[in-house]
Design a protein around this ligand. Structure first.
Ligand SMILES: Cc1cc2nc3c(=O)[nH]c(=O)nc-3n(C[C@H](O)[C@H](O)[C@H](O)COP(=O)(O)OP(=O)(O)OC[C@H]3O[C@@H](n4cnc5c(N)ncnc54)[C@H](O)[C@@H]3O)c2cc1C
Length: 447
């Protein structure tokens, strides 16, 4: 049993950012208290009491270094990320993407945190900063679905209204309810080992499906709010509304796939990706939706191969809130108006599991340095991590929007700026992040 010691840092939220920050601090020898409201109180999107629960897709996206998120993940491995350890240990086949068994992934993170001798866990909702008492440094990592009471408290502390956008979740299907006489196994261009199940459609089926998506009943947003969506994760019916061919050139593109029954490329496909270790569940790739539940069953039942699909989870839509970080935060992720209070994760205006965890990782390093009386110099903006820190704390313009990591955010030396030089750019960024880390270690950043 762990002895309760006064924490040097209090963290609220044991999601992707909060657990990563706690781990980084504890590994550097610091005592952490981590508050988590689940399982007593769940958000609208979380279903379990496990830490670092992945609320929607089980993909941590591209694994390749030529891909900016692949680079960010590799930089996090260099920095000994807990989230990357969990992902690598619990990966399942996913073609060119790093895809994880969501249950194994979250259980691994939960156990590592629970068993760490320097992390104390407190269950229950934190409704305001004041309820934490005067406990030194505080990190809020409560995510885009921060509980309403705490969200209101943060709004008062920042003196600034929240920004928001809508994000939605894709359905999960039971594997043995998929008709394998129709759905076929393959990865686009045979990348990976036939990791996806593909439901093929001919032109007539596709057009009828698109029309049904457009006509289906949707869950309404609040009357006074415009339904702003994150462009990288649009509901499938919003894409359908943009034009008849939008889906066929988007998540339903058939390129690199041949239907073995016909020997031809289908007009469009719905791809299903393995969702758990035992391959008993599959999720519908890119099929996040805000259709009403009965409509989802009806419209998705039109997909060849899914006529009798049993859904263990249907799609849903949630309001994500985030703060206007470039105005409110320093490059230490510290609230300018409230020294000693730090924020990390999706609520500071990054988008995605990996990006959220990376902000927790950086916050953990910042806090460890602060405890040693130093200020951590952010990583160079030519690295993926440095570019994200610069985006959330230094972006200009009134229309600040959450971002996935992309090469456009990196400061790219002119001679490396061409697309085909991405690998060289990534290798240079990795060397820089390693040097930056070594510099921190030499200053006494590690335990
Ligand atoms: C509906 C939806 C779908 C998404 N789908 C994807 C996707 O498919 N792929 C992707 O890459 N990203 C997705 N995201 C975006 C983002 O990557 C995730 O939200 C990610 O989990 C954010 O990490 P985080 O650590 O900031 O927050 P979270 O992982 O949500 O962690 C926050 C934690 O704080 C806890 N908490 C909240 N309030 C309190 C309180 N008052 N007291 C104590 N604890 C509290 C929560 O229970 C939670 O455990 C999605 C987001 C949403 C909302």
């Amino acid at each position: 049993m762990k002895i309760s010691v006064e924490p040097e840092v209090t963290i609220v939220g044991a999601g992707l950012a909060g657990t990563e920050a706690a781990w980084q601090l504890a590994q550097r020898g610091h005592q952490v208290r981590l508050h988590e409201m689940r399982p007593e109180k769940k958000s609208e999107a979380h279903h379990t009491g496990d830490f670092a629960e992945l609320v929607c897709s089980n993909s941590l996206r591209g694994a390749d270094l030529k891909n900016a998120v692949g680079l960010l993940k590799e930089e996090m491995r260099v920095l000994d990320s807990l989230i990357m350890r969990a992902a690598d240990r619990h990966s399942v086949p996913g073609g060119g993407a790093l895809v994880v068994d969501r249950e194994g992934f979250a259980k691994f993170v939960t156990q590592e945190i629970q068993n760490h001798p320097r992390i104390e866990i407190c269950h229950g909702e934190i409704s305001g900063i004041a309820s934490l008492g005067s406990q030194g440094l505080v990190l809020l990592a409560t995510g885009p679905l921060t509980s309403p009471a705490l969200a209101e408290n943060i709004r008062q502390l920042t003196g600034s209204e929240y920004l928001y956008f809508y994000d939605s979740i894709a359905p999960i299907v039971e594997a043995d309810s998929i008709n394998l006489d129709i759905a076929f196994r393959a990865s686009r261009y045979d990348k990976g080992e036939a990791d996806y199940l593909n439901c093929p459609m001919n032109r007539e089926e596709y057009e009828a499906f698109v029309a049904a998506l457009v006509a289906a009943e949707k869950v309404a947003t609040k009357e006074f709010e415009k339904p702003k969506f994150f462009e990288g994760c649009l509901p499938v019916e919003v894409m359908a509304e943009r034009g008849r061919d939008t889906l066929a050139f988007g998540p339903m593109k058939p390129v690199g796939l041949i239907d073995p029954r016909t020997g031809l490329r289908p007009h469009a496909v719905v791809q299903l990706r393995q969702d758990n270790l035992h391959a008993t569940l599959y999720n519908m790739v890119g099929f996040q939706t805000r259709m009403k539940y009965p409509e989802q069953k009806r419209v998705f039942g039109m997909i060849p191969g899914l006529e009798k699909a049993e859904f263990v989870r249907l799609g849903s839509m949630h309001r994500n809130t985030f703060i206007h970080s470039p105005v409110l935060l320093s490059d230490q992720l510290e609230l300018k108006s409230r020294p000693g209070l730090f924020l990390a994760g999706q609520m500071i205006g990054v988008e995605g599991y990996v990006e959220s965890a990376s902000m927790g990782l950086y916050a953990g390093m910042v806090l460890a340095d602060r405890l040693k009386g130093r200020e951590l110099k952010p990583p160079p903006p030519s690295t993926a991590l440095g570019a994200l820190v610069r985006h959330v704390t230094g972006a200009t313009g009134a229309d600040f929007q959450p971002m996935n990591i992309n090469f456009g955010l990196l400061e790219i030396p002119k001679h490396l700026s061409r697309k085909e030089r991405r690998l060289e750019l990534a290798e240079q960024a990795l060397a820089q992040i390693a040097a930056w880390n070594l510099g921190n270690l030499a200053m006494g950043g590690a335990a």
